[in-house]
Design a protein around this ligand. Sequence first.
Ligand SMILES: [Zn+2]
Length: 429
Amino acid sequence: MVRKTTDGMSDWFGLFPLSTFGDGRCYIVPGMGNTGVFETDEGLVIFDVPIKQYAKKTFNQIRQLTKKPVKYIIYSHGHFDHAFGYGPFIEEIKKKGWDMPEVIAHENCIERFEKYRTLDKYHDWINKQQFASVRGREQDSLVSAHETLDPTIILRGNEDSYSFKLGKVSFEIYHDKGETDDSIWLWVPKKKTICTGDLMVSSFPNVGNPYKVQRYPKDWAIAMERMRDKNAEYLVPGHGKLIEGKGKVKDVLSITAEAMHFVHDEVVKRLNEGKWFEQIYYEMLEIFPEKFKRHDILRPIYGCYRFAIHASYRLYHGWYDSGNPTDLFPAKTDDIAREFLKLNSEEKYLEHAKKLFSEGKKQLALHVLDIVVKGTDEKNVETLVEALKLKVKILKEKVQNETSFIAGNIIDNATYQIKERLKELKKRN
Ligand SMILES: [Zn+2]
């Protein structure tokens, strides 16, 4: 069977029915990311709104469950899939003449919104790649960065908690860093429920996403431990189904904390031993413990351990990571490839790449193939086409073996672009 980058991702994308839990007045409503809804006698507290495309659907689903007014909206963080689908909720409030809700976020979320406005086109471009296999490529703009519902209650700096009461229910909000620097999570003691936002996503944490800014593995571990100490019965993850039962909740938080401590501390140990990135990376792959590999909550379906090694290294190190001064101000890769082609013909390299591929050495085959792809003259079209076709074939096989949605999309998207180039070359000749 042909594996797709979205395989195993149906829970992550929220393709499961909404559910009621606890005292029957708590709801988890999936809309790519999850919206947690708590009904009290005085109104609703909503933890995260969905991505804009799912806003209407999520809103309608909530309105099938309860007609109470929305009093609080809490942003777990300011990502597009958690803080932008507020439209129908606000429209309803305006139409009914209700009071506007309080919107709670960390102050870094405001900076994030500002950053999204400055870098709107860039984020569009990068997200189309990260989500290429779910038709991101064809959409004009996934979400507009210019329409935000700004917070009214803001957790600032080191102030790491805030609490309020609604309808005799207490809500405790905590700030920790993890996937982002604006993460907050919610503990509702009366409902024995924790809402984690993307600190828990039913996958190996998205720490070290190759496209995105720095994430925080050590703080992530600490956040997991603080959550674990609440002894919750229910856990509403940022993506994926409700996690139920004290033992199960404790287990997923503990193992994730342990994995984050592990990757961070082992990278730090190796930095202290004076090792460069490549050595650290390959050593880390060797020592990845079985118990993490086997645990369901750490399946590398979105983020993965390999990315986490990068994240831990980047926390403390600059961009010169090889220790080889050749890499400090490198020549253009096309120029390097052309020099290699002066030593040996395209055909020779192509032949060697084929041999490596036939031996199952896909990654090495790609490196050798790139000498042809990058170095050959476009006039040499037959060889170029053959090299590009082989590259597509190797990349397709790599996608088949890739469990991480993000990694799969990177490869898949590049494959799509090579195919477009092949079409272009065919047209010209
Ligand atoms: Zn998310």
